[in-house]
Design a protein around this ligand. Structure first.
Ligand SMILES: [Zn+2]
Length: 208
């Protein structure tokens, strides 16, 4: 079994960080409560250098924040697009981006929901159990407009579902009970400053 898949395809070697990050700039990460995170994003219709540059920025910003995935509205851009660098439960690493992602519907009969801890760069410092299907298929395009399908299991399936939620204007807090949401926001209030301090240190380490 190959250990790394890039854009859904196995590769023999891949560096620690996606090469896109090298040409990117760090962007500010939006926080839950900001409008751009709570409404559906627009379809990407222009495929070109601006889109590629946004993807570069998103990779770097994701690494700075120690994230496994990042959607465009998490850097304030309301376009349907996310990047990811995420392991699955078999230790296989998945890296890439997808434009205009749509989560494939699943037969409820064959669907298995897993409860596992989930966090979000836009809810800094909080982690809560969220039920998600153990498998996810996302259809979309790559940055050049070519059709792309991503398939994941375990933690990577969780990532695909979480990021597709983002472009649809949902954060994982929307999937929690009122009491759980309150707990997540309490954790965020407690740990937010530590998270921002760590990101600032990472900017020093990764961009100098
Ligand atoms: Zn998130």
């Amino acid at each position: 079994m190959p250990r790394v898949f890039v854009q859904g395809n196995p590769v023999d070697y891949y560096p620690r960080h996606a090469p896109e990050a090298r040409s990117g700039s760090v962007r500010r990460i939006t926080e839950t409560g900001e409008d751009v995170l709570h409404r559906p994003c627009r379809d990407v219709t222009e495929f070109g250098p601006d889109l590629a540059a946004l993807i570069d920025d998103m990779f770097l910003t994701m690494y700075i924040a120690d994230g496994a995935g990042l959607a465009a509205n998490q850097v304030g851009i309301d376009l349907r697009l996310f990047v990811y660098d995420c392991p699955d439960d078999d230790g296989v690493r998945h890296v890439g981006h997808i434009v205009n992602p749509v989560l494939a519907a699943q037969d409820p009969a064959g669907r298995r929901l897993l409860d596992d801890s989930e966090g979000c760069l836009s809810v800094p410092g909080a982690a809560m159990d969220v039920p998600r299907p153990d498998r996810a298929v996302v259809h979309g395009q790559d940055k050049d407009g070519n059709p792309l399908t991503l398939e994941g299991t375990g933690y990577f399936a969780r990532c695909l579902a979480h990021e597709t939620d983002h472009v649809n204007g949902r954060v994982y807090l929307d999937r929690l009970s009122k009491r759980e949401r309150k707990e997540a926001l309490r954790q965020m209030a407690d740990r937010r400053e530590d998270v921002y301090a760590r990101r600032a240190a990472n900017i020093e380490a990764l961009t100098s």
